[in-house]
Design a protein around this ligand. Structure first.
Ligand code: ATP
Ligand code: MG
Length: 218
């Protein structure tokens, strides 16, 4: 069977006990403390056994925008997650090529892992609102529980919550995380403007961005 991630590829195989795998999808251009803190807080809040970061190959919503090479985004995720024994990185979306659809990723993971592994798809409240418009959202609802984390500037109204509930049979949990007002776009702009992004991502990622000269122009 093909390998889907490095540390947790055999998750759930040693016993039939329920195991929870968090899935953190994104462009991660670059990964930052908002992503890391929300994955970690979701892990503890929902008793997740592992959280795997899966950088998108060609993000559908970012078509036409300049996105760093997949290998670079993957490497930054590796660097950022290495020190957390519960975190892992997967290149399945990058390896698959073509446009990235979450439903394809979840299906691929479902084929890989035994049935006792439950999926928890972690996403920011902003992305959650667009999930109902994603390809095959009903299939997504069947494959994974959703954890919507709060993100500064994106307040999830009751109206939005009920719209989500109407669209498909989503099992959504809402998690209030510490509001970290950081985004990848902000980090890219700051680097281009010569500002320091130290402490806004992991030190290893900070050093990698500097060494590679990434985001030097916006
Ligand atoms: P960009 O600014 O380029 O859109 P981003 O910071 O939104 O980048 P993405 O890779 O698009 O990063 O996000 C991946 C996931 O992480 C999304 O579900 C997004 O909602 C969530 N996320 C991003 N930043 C934060 C944050 N500061 N707090 C909580 N969730 C976040
Ligand atoms: Mg975004």
């Amino acid at each position: 069977m093909a390998i889907v991630c490095e540390r947790f590829d055999d998750l759930g195989r040693d016993s039939g006990a329920e195991v929870r795998l968090g899935i953190m999808g994104g462009t991660f251009d670059p990964v930052h403390i908002g992503h890391l803190a929300c994955a970690e807080q979701a892990r503890v809040a929902y008793g997740l056994d592992a959280v795997v970061f899966i950088p998108a190959g060609t993000p559908v919503f970012k078509r036409g925008k300049k996105v760093s090479a997949a290998s670079v985004r993957l490497e930054m995720c590796r660097l950022a997650t290495a020190s957390n024994p519960y975190f892992d990185v997967s290149s399945i979306e990058i390896d698959r090529g073509g446009d990235t659809y979450t439903v394809d990723t979840l299906r691929q993971l479902r084929e890989h892992y035994p049935d006792n592994v439950q999926f928890y798809f972690i996403t920011g409240a902003d992305a959650m609102l667009s999930i109902v418009k994603w390809r095959e959202s009903a299939a997504i609802a069947d494959l994974a529980h959703l954890i919507a984390v709060t993100r500064p500037g994106y307040v999830m109204t009751d109206e939005a919550k009920s719209e989500l509930a109407d669209h498909a049979n989503f099992d959504v949990s809402y998690l209030e995380t510490t509001a970290l007002s950081v985004s990848s776009s902000m980090l890219r702009e700051w680097v281009a403007a010569g500002k320091s992004i130290r402490y806004l991502t992991s030190l290893a990622v900070h050093d990698y961005i500097a060494a590679q000269g990434l985001y030097a122009s916006a």
